[in-house]
Design a protein around this ligand. Sequence first.
Ligand code: SAM
Length: 197
Amino acid sequence: MIRGDSVEYELLKKWCDTLPFFEEPKSVTTCEIGVREGLGSQIIMMSLTPRIGKVDYQHYAIDPYNDLEYQHVDGKASWKETGTTPPTYPNSMRDQLVKDFANNPYFKFYNMTDVEYFDIFNLSKTVFDLVLLDGPHTTKDILKESLWFADRSRIGTRIIIDDYWVANYDVIKGALSYWKFEPIEQGKSKVCFERVK
Ligand SMILES: C[S@@+](CC[C@H](N)C(=O)[O-])C[C@H]1O[C@@H](n2cnc3c(N)ncnc32)[C@H](O)[C@@H]1O
């Protein structure tokens, strides 16, 4: 079943519905890092497909599942080290996701981490129009992801960061400003950056 574990999905929908295309796109590409049960990806695709008509469209969904052990936020060890109950992202969740999107022609699933994806597709010429970052929330990870996508963006591209407040927002905002991304709207949980030049 397609579900979300975050908040402010109405903002995500709005930022998809208002994604500006400053030039007629030959193809449109969106992406979510950290997919879980798929609601973020579902909203992105449902908003964009009616807007872009017959233009070639793909949505990349990247997530390793397998209850990956990772540092979730700055200054805290991984779940195993702190002895707290980990959030669960088991492979059974992945298998359900694959079933739920089996008939969606736009959904391309990559069962791997962000860094594995970046390594494999480093030479790809794909330009991204909208990206939702909802995997690890450390400043280092968000910076790495944001800059990889910023380097593969065009004017109007949006980068949306979930739970941005747990990371060092000023550092991320400063780094993205190098690539001419500015925050266009900030919720309590999600923030949307847009490339303005
Ligand atoms: C908070 S959940 C995502 C929630 C989802 N975006 C939603 O709206 O319901 C975090 C997800 O990030 C994934 N994840 C953790 N580390 C990752 C990494 N390095 N690269 C990609 N995904 C990762 C986890 O497996 C988990 O499914």
